[in-house]
Design a protein around this ligand. Structure first.
Ligand SMILES: NC(=O)c1ccc[n+]([C@@H]2O[C@H](COP(=O)([O-])OP(=O)(O)OC[C@H]3O[C@@H](n4cnc5c(N)ncnc54)[C@H](O)[C@@H]3O)[C@@H](O)[C@H]2O)c1
Length: 352
């Protein structure tokens, strides 16, 4: 079997490629990346060592896609993945849409041509930013907890697939949500298999963490490198909560989805660390202080209108359909990042 992984030099792509090949030595993996993410070139040696054929190319360009050989499946991990993408002056709004949406359209044409299956690594950010921002929370110890779970799509496990996807959801979110719709449409009309996995926050060693993306990595590396940090929003207290998922945990699911393309399961599922793997920034700070000693944490009263106090993914549909659950515990993920940070003293300057 031949598999193309897009965005292969990125955090998710490189982890998925590396683990897929370890689990299935007989598959042949091709990867494409335009190396636009600062730091992703750090993964080239690892991918070469695994025998993965790397194509330097851009999904926005059909002439680059034409250089990709025929494959059986595509796992799409290429994106500009920041929720602030196109809004914070780092990249333009058009770049976000072109990378995330035009890239998907070009890939869909590729899949149609070869009748290849497509798996999209989608995101929890397809859910309504406004409704996430308005979730009712109360403070319990060092973290927010949901105060009144009586909201459509919010279960005692977290945000489920039926949570609102109404605008506004960010340019990043809408580029993914629109990609999802196009993927389902192409699959139906041109008869190739697809799966859409809406992932919560991914975390692990080697992530190119920035304040707006890869927060676990950014926070831990900043502690290690004694770089000041800032609690933003929610009174500057750091009580906002996220769950963490290690990308290695995706490989069991992806393998099953590839091996069983006609399996009777929902096409769109949530995949996340869940409540057991969730933590607030304040709790993360406490953990980092134990490990690395104190660091300067500033407190900003700035209000970011669409920032969410609490995002935890309810992955029970994935558990029911695929017997999938996150196995790598959050403190193992944090340890892995901290060990990596200890071995790479200048990681932040290489990657952000
Ligand atoms: N990191 C997370 O917390 C998270 C959470 C949910 C979903 N996701 C999704 O997972 C996927 C991978 O995210 P990541 O964290 O690995 O990001 P990343 O930035 O580390 O990797 C993305 C890779 O895609 C490449 N890329 C971007 N535009 C491209 C283009 N036009 N052509 C070719 N390559 C291009 C980049 O160079 C980079 O190597 C994304 O689709 C993202 O939406 C990530």
């Amino acid at each position: 079997m031949k598999i193309l992984i897009t965005g292969i030099a990125g955090f998710a792509g490189s982890n998925i490629a590396s683990d897929l090949i370890s689990c299935h030595p007989n598959i042949k993996i091709f990867g494409i990346d335009n190396f636009s993410r600062k730091g992703c070139e750090q993964n080239i040696d690892l991918l070469n060592a695994k025998g993965i054929k790397l194509i330097r190319g851009d999904l926005r360009l059909t002439s680059d896609i034409d250089t990709i050989p025929q494959v059986d499946w595509v796992i799409d991990c290429a994106a500009n993945p920041s929720v602030l993408g196109g809004l914070d002056g780092q990249v333009s709004s058009k770049q976000v849409i072109e990378n995330n949406l035009l890239g998907t359209v070009n890939l869909l044409e590729f899949c149609k041509k070869y009748q290849a299956g497509l798996i999209l690594i989608s995101t929890s950010r397809v859910y309504s930013a406004l409704e996430l921002a308005n979730l009712p929370v109360k403070l319990i110890k060092d973290r927010f907890e949901i105060d009144n779970p009586n909201i459509p799509g919010l279960t005692d496990q977290g945000i489920s697939e039926s949570f609102s996807t109404s605008a506004p959801i960010s340019l990043y979110g809408v580029s993914k949500l629109t990609s999802e719709q196009l993927i389902l449409e192409y699959s139906y009309n041109f008869d190739f298999p697809v799966w859409i996995n809406r992932c919560g926050v991914l975390a692990g060693a080697g992530q190119f963490g920035k304040a707006d993306q890869g927060i676990f990595s950014y926070w831990i590396h900043s502690f290690k490198e004694k770089q000041p940090l800032k609690y933003i929003g929610f009174g500057g207290t750091g009580h906002q909560v996220r769950d963490a998922l290690h990308p290695r945990d995706l490989v069991f699911l992806l393998s099953n989805q590839i091996m069983d393309p006609n399996f009777n399961a929902p096409k769109i599922i949530n995949i996340g660390g869940g409540i057991e793997n969730s933590i607030s920034l304040k709790q993360l700070t406490n953990w980092c202080e134990e490990r690395f000693g104190a660091n300067e944490i500033l407190s900003s009263q700035e209000k970011r209108p669409l920032d969410a106090p609490w995002i935890v993914m309810d992955s029970s549909a994935a558990q029911k359909a695929w017997k999938w659950r996150a196995k790598i515990e959050i403190y193992k993920i944090l340890d892995e990042i901290a060990d990596f940070a200890s071995s790479k003293s200048n990681w932040l300057s290489l990657t952000s």
